[in-house]
Design a binder for this molecule. Structure first.
Ligand code: SAM
Ligand code: DTB
Ligand code: SF4
Length: 327
């Protein structure tokens, strides 16, 4: 099977490989394209929290669900840069700013986000944003401000997507991804495991990601964080084998990408996370909070890195990876 533009049948066969064979194969692909002892460390900050008009069924920040999230307007630039400095001191090389917006609007708030991007770059951190849908012009302005990467997930297969989100379409998402790509910004695009989707939906997501006009430079694989008050609150915790299978398949299909073990680490043991790294994950979100939900403490991750012989990937290497992936 070729790594680029795999067919649905190829992805299906790969995904259903017995798990140990799949991990073994993914580990080989990982080692052929990356230094497998280096893991990219990213820190997330919610720069605008809650009150979102969208209806994403997994999301505690959607205004229509009664969750414990406290709404917070767009933070000021100095506050964000203080968090970025702390992230850098804690060893992060990428700083990701997330806003509970449906889309970016051309107003003073967007100007403020552009200032945040410039400030993060001045700290010699990689800058990433996830702000909802963007136009071609907005993507261009973010590129000019120095943005390295933009996160916008497909979340699941096109078929399952409609059961989770009704306020924007799969096609809308692809449109934003193409604006980001055309502006020369690295694409960070992945999805969520554990929303009640079938294996075929996971296969559909992985197939869609690997068949984007160019594969994403980063692929976040999130385990659903089931939050009280959201429609997916009572979803059972995802089996770790499902995360490992999704990560290993993503690694084989998109060999050059940074595959991020994203949401859900808080409820995974060190040995479960080790299997994810063996299966090809080479990036994490660090720091005790994702956007609104908890994440492992910095000290606990430092201990895990020491136990597993992992070291943080230096920033310039991450840049080179991204450059390679876009060739
Ligand atoms: N509002 C913007 C958007 O949706 O594009 C940006 C922020 S949004 C929170 C970014 C991504 O986080 C979502 O696409 C989804 O994949 C992930 N996410 C949100 N809530 C989650 C949860 N409870 N568990 C796992 N992943 C989640
Ligand atoms: C991604 O794929 N996962 C991150 C990031 N992109 C923005 C977000 C995870 C959010 C988990 C739920 C929360 O903390 O609110
Ligand atoms: Fe809004 Fe993003 Fe949450 Fe969807 S995932 S409800 S767009 S913040």
């Amino acid at each position: 099977m070729t790594a680029t533009r795999p067919t649905l049948a190829e992805v299906t066969a790969l995904y259903h490989t017995p798990i140990l064979d799949l991990v073994y194969r993914a580990a080989g692909v990982h080692r052929a394209h990356h230094n497998a002892s280096q893991v990219q460390v990213c820190v997330l900050l919610s720069i605008k929290t809650g009150g979102c008009p969208e209806d994403c069924g997994y999301c505690p920040q959607a205004a229509r669900y009664d969750t414990n999230v406290e709404n917070q307007g767009l933070l000021d630039v100095e506050h964000v840069l203080a968090c970025a400095r702390k992230a850098k001191d804690d060893g992060a090389t990428r700083f990701c700013m997330g806003a509970a917006w449906r889309e970016v609007k051309d107003n003073s708030q967007f100007d403020r986000v552009l200032d945040m991007i410039r400030g993060v770059k001045a700290l010699e951190l990689e800058a990433c944003c996830t702000l909802g849908m963007v136009t071609a012009e907005q993507a261009q302005r973010m590129k000019e401000a120095g943005l390295d990467a933009y996160n916008h997930n497909l979340d699941s297969s096109e078929a399952f997507y409609d059961r989770i989100i009704s306020t924007r379409t799969y096609q809308d998402r692809l449109q934003t991804l193409s604006h980001v790509r055309d502006a020369g910004i690295s694409v960070c695009c992945g999805g969520i495991v554990g929303m009640g989707e079938t294996d075929d939906d996971r296969i559909g997501l992985l197939h869609a990601l690997a068949n984007l006009p160019e594969p994403p430079e980063s692929v976040p694989i999130n385990a659903l964080v089931a939050v009280e008050g959201t429609p997916l609150a009572s979803q059972p915790k995802v089996q770790v084998w499902d995360m490992i299978r999704a990560i290993a398949t993503a690694r084989i299909l998109m060999p050059r990408a940074m595959v991020r073990l994203s949401a859900g680490r808080i409820s995974m043991s060190e040995s479960e996370q080790a299997l994810c790294f063996l299966a090809g994950a080479n990036s994490i979100f660090a720091g005790d909070k994702l956007l609104t939900t908890p994440n492992p403490e910095v000290d606990r991750d430092a201990e895990m890195f020491a136990n597993l012989g992992l070291t943080p990937l230096p920033a310039q290497v991450a840049d080179r990876e991204a450059a390679q992936a876009s060739v």
